[in-house]
Write a protein that binds this ligand. Structure first.
Ligand SMILES: *Cc1c(COP(=O)(O)O)cnc(C)c1O
Length: 375
């Protein structure tokens, strides 16, 4: 038996929606399905405007243009994140400033942010790891006192909330991912949430190659022309059609993932109590979306041992990330603020278990193999 780490879930409606897009004959972006996805995202999040992009990476790149990152501008973020969090800003000459994470949630430690602020700081990038929210009240307060933008990397955070507010809708801008490894998918895909109305109009322009095409089609301007910098950040309708089929089932997909997450959590309770591993910690104010189930082992050596053991029995766990401050590009383009003790320590000890809709009875095997491997 071989249990993959991830298996993209499909509702069965995707092909039907794609066939409809095919029949409609509108294959470029911003057709009927894109519109449906925008409306759904706006009603889910209460965001002023949602725009589909071809990836979360693209949404973050749009955010960097919108907040007008100039050469040497600094953006405060965790080092324990995916490369796109930093790359989007580096592409515009920005400097990622890496701050340590909290040992409980593995999110940016909000108490270390103020010490990292300099006259060049332009924005703070909270990354909601595993769909568990960062301490957003504190982060928004720091940002408003220092006049900084907050861009939420909510790539993993769709359907999660912080104090009842959907992730991605709290900062000035937020970004979702629909990559096939995320909860709601379209293969590659993403969305930018525009929560501050000052960005709404320009976001459309940047996404449409720097043209006023959207305004032109709404009849707001009588000429379609080049008005600003931009690129092509929108997905075609086939992708949007696929995504729409997923959005229709977003609640049940999330619920089914939560059930799997909860089963792992209960199964490993006694190992956690015995100090053999540590389970994820979700603060009271955070409703998560079961994006990920991870455990923390005692050391890097122990993790390597457990992975080897699990692989022997057909279970394929994975780990991530190489902290950005110790990556070749991170060293070249960014800098660390203070010591990143928890980042270095936790990145070596984290192990992610298979979590996908349809895992079914294989989960029992993962649980028992892990219980055998850790002791
Ligand atoms: C997945 C992910 C991204 C990138 O998403 P894409 O849609 O693949 O571009 C960015 N940040 C985080 C934290 C992610 O998990």
């Amino acid at each position: 038996m071989n249990i993959p780490f991830n298996k993209p879930y499909m509702t069965g409606r995707e092909l039907w929606c794609i066939a409809q897009a095919h029949t409609n004959g509108h294959l470029a972006g911003d057709g009927m399905f894109t519109q449906k996805c925008h409306v759904w995202l706006e009603s889910l999040t209460g965001s002023r405007k949602a725009l589909l992009t071809h990836s979360c990476t693209a949404a973050l790149e749009m955010a960097a243009i919108l907040v007008d990152i100039q050469s040497g501008d600094e953006v405060i973020m965790p080092s324990y994140t995916f490369v796109s969090t930093a790359n989007a800003f580096v592409l515009r000459g920005g400097v990622p400033v890496f701050v340590d994470i909290r040992p409980d949630t593995l999110n940016i430690d909000e108490t270390l942010i103020e010490a990292a602020i300099t006259p060049r700081t332009k924005a703070i990038m909270p990354v909601h790891y595993a769909g568990v929210a960062c301490e957003m009240d504190t982060i928004m307060d720091i940002a408003s006192r220092h006049n900084l933008w907050v861009i939420e990397d909510a790539a993993q955070g769709i359907m999660s909330t912080y104090k009842g507010k959907p992730l991605g809708s709290i900062g000035h801008l937020g970004a979702y991912s629909f990559h096939e490894t995320k909860n709601i998918i379209s293969g590659e895909g993403g969305a930018l949430l525009i929560n501050d109305k000052r960005f709404a109009e320009r976001a459309e322009v940047i996404r449409e190659k720097g043209t006023n095409r959207s305004q032109f089609f709404r009849g707001q301007v009588d000429k379609y022309t080049w008005v600003d910098v931009g690129s092509s950040y929108l997905p075609g309708e086939v992708i949007a059609a696929f995504l729409w089929a997923q959005m229709e089932e977003a609640q049940s997909i999330t619920q089914r993932r939560m059930d799997i997450w909860q089963q792992y959590h209960e199964a490993f309770k006694s190992l956690d109590n015995a100090g053999i591993l540590r389970r994820p910690i979700v603060p009271e104010d955070c409703q998560h979306n079961a994006h990920m189930y991870y455990i923390l082992l005692e050391s890097l050596a122990k993790r390597s041992e457990v992975i080897a053991e699990l692989k022997k029995h057909g279970v394929n766990p994975v780990f991530h990330y190489v902290p950005l401050h110790s990556s070749p590009a991170g060293k070249k383009y960014g800098r660390a603020s203070g010591e990143l003790r928890h980042t270095d320590n936790l990145a070596d000890r984290l192990l992610r278990l298979p979590l996908w809709v349809g895992l079914g009875e294989a989960q029992g095997l993962v649980i028992s193999e892990l219980q055998n491997a850790v002791v």
